[in-house]
Design a protein. Structure first.
Length: 266
């Protein structure tokens, strides 16, 4: 996964999709704008389950916001997060940066779809032109990406009761891409199917083998991919037009010359 995705779902729809009580939606979720070009270090929406402080045997499911790029609790500073946006399924249970979070801090990162770049045969200055593709559920549903989250203590803030004393971050789990998508990129995010939401989010479950069995690549035909404008390659660009398919003629809108300004003669 190259590290870009789109997130524009109405929080009210996510509350229904993930069976979250209205009172368990963090205010920051409502304040987060639609983002059609989510990039590392951006704030993103996450579904998490936390133990009830008063009754540890019970858990509470919440819709919250986290920063994309996992910062382990033992990290000296937050800069490591920009390098930990993905965790490979093959090693997530052993890697020091992910092992603890995989055991007890798993999450779901809802998305509309994600972007990948395919190195085409066309070349500019001897280098292949990379064509972006948008990959999304063929049925238009939510893409529930499997993720991990961590909570890092910001010691620059003396009072631990303040929200800014804690930084919540996340990473996306990836696996080998299925044959129909592998032609675009060799990795893809792991998905959590609805019937497995409960088991994946449960912080009381920590058996690595059982957890890994919950995650499977998307079934053939489950996702669709189509070419989109190269405008998405710049994080400065945003908006729903980024997920529009290229026009039938295949010409990228950003490659078209500007239309001449119409002049009215009096």
């Amino acid at each position: 996964m190259c590290g870009r995705y789109a997130s524009s779902r109405d929080p009210a729809d996510l509350v229904v999709e993930f069976e979250i009580e209205a009172g368990n939606v963090k205010e920051s979720v409502q304040e987060l704008p639609d983002n059609y070009n989510v990039a590392p270090t951006d704030e993103v929406i996450a579904v998490v389950e936390r133990k009830n402080r008063d009754q540890p045997e019970e858990v509470v499911r919440k819709l919250t916001t986290v920063k994309w790029g996992l910062v382990p609790s033992w990290a000296k500073d937050v800069s490591i997060g920009s390098r930990l946006i993905n965790a490979r399924m093959e090693t997530v249970a052993e890697k020091p940066a992910f092992k603890k979070a995989f055991a007890v801090r798993r999450c779901i990162l809802p998305a509309d779809g994600y972007y990948e770049w395919y190195a085409s045969e066309q070349k500019v200055n001897g280098k292949p032109v990379k064509q972006p593709y948008f990959i999304r559920p063929a049925d238009g549903g939510v893409l529930a990406m499997a993720g991990l989250y961590e909570i890092w203590r910001n010691k620059a803030v003396a009072d631990p009761e303040l929200d800014e004393a804690w930084l919540w971050t996340c990473t996306v789990l990836t696996t080998t891409a299925t044959d129909d998508l592998g032609r675009i990129h060799d990795r893809m995010p792991l998905l959590v199917e609805p019937e497995r939401y409960n088991a994946w989010l449960d912080p009381l479950s920590s058996d690595p083998d059982e957890l890994l069995d919950l995650l499977v690549p998307a079934a053939p035909g489950r996702l669709e991919a189509y070419a989109v404008s190269k405008a998405v390659s710049s994080v400065k660009n945003n908006g729903p037009h980024l997920v529009d398919p290229l026009p039938p003629d295949g010409v990228d809108p950003i490659d078209k010359p500007d239309e001449p300004e119409e002049i009215t003669l009096f």
